[in-house]
Design a protein. Structure first.
Length: 250
């Protein structure tokens, strides 16, 4: 079972800002599941000593949809399930493709308008997973959470995520901070999740219960009504293996 949901954080709701988080899931072929989340940069951008409004929900939605469709197209073209080496190469190509995509969105802007557009519209994290019958892998650039069977791995950034679009601002990018990590003993994993940094550990632990997309969204809406939760936006993508119930991989 695949499901995803987003929630507008309290701080953004009070300021009448848009939700800057994005979530998506896909199953492009039997026995393959994709989940990813994106988190746009905060609601304000400081430039030249001035505060400018940020619209980085643009970047999170565009990049999230591009990454989902890129992986769907690549994974649906395999006659057999991709091996570990194939997935590793595919994710390296995803990193290059996202940078090319972002570059084409900005190439016709003159400077310094190009740099300002990148800073106010395209700064977003990207955190996701791919699950096949044989393997499971996380990929990410920026902060958030990785979850495998309730084991939660925060991706700390000291409130300074390394956004993909930062590489567009470097004349010759030399540092690759796009990460991948394969899940140990993937065939025994019952559920996976990725989430943006608006989530907390106690809430992530409650994702162990399988929920359809509609029920997950309703549950998330209820959680966000509590004052101590989701001051920031939240996005999550979850996969549950229902093979235990009906002996089939979902």
């Amino acid at each position: 079972m695949l499901s995803h949901a987003t929630i507008l954080g309290r701080a953004h709701r009070l300021r009448q800002h848009n939700c800057q988080d994005f979530a998506a899931t896909a199953s492009p072929a039997p026995h393959i599941a994709i989940g990813l989340v994106c988190d746009g940069c905060g609601s304000k951008f400081m430039g030249n000593g001035r505060t400018k409004p940020s619209r980085n929900e643009t970047g999170s939605n565009l990049l999230g949809q591009f990454a989902r469709d890129f992986l769907k197209q690549k994974l649906s073209s395999f006659a057999a399930l991709p091996c570990t080496e194939t997935l590793e190469m595919m994710l390296a190509n995803l990193h290059l493709a996202t940078l090319t995509f972002l570059h084409h969105l900005t190439v016709h802007f003159p400077e310094p308008a190009r740099r300002q557009f990148i800073a106010t519209h395209l700064l977003t994290t990207l955190v996701g997973f791919i699950r096949t019958r044989e393997t499971a892998v996380f990929f990410w650039q920026g902060d958030g959470f990785l979850v495998a069977d309730g084991r939660i791995q925060p991706l700390p950034s000291n409130n300074q995520p390394d956004y993909l679009a930062y590489q567009l601002l470097q004349p010759e990018p030399t540092i690759n901070n796009f990460h991948i990590a394969f899940v140990p003993q993937p065939q025994t994993v019952c559920w996976l999740a990725v989430a943006t940094d608006g989530w907390s550990t106690p809430l992530l632990e409650q994702l162990n219960e399988p929920r359809s997309a509609l029920i997950l969204q309703r549950w998330l809406n209820v959680q966000a009504q509590q004052r101590s939760q989701f001051d920031d936006d939240g996005a999550v993508a979850v996969w549950h293996n229902e093979e235990i119930g009906d002996r089939r991989f979902i």
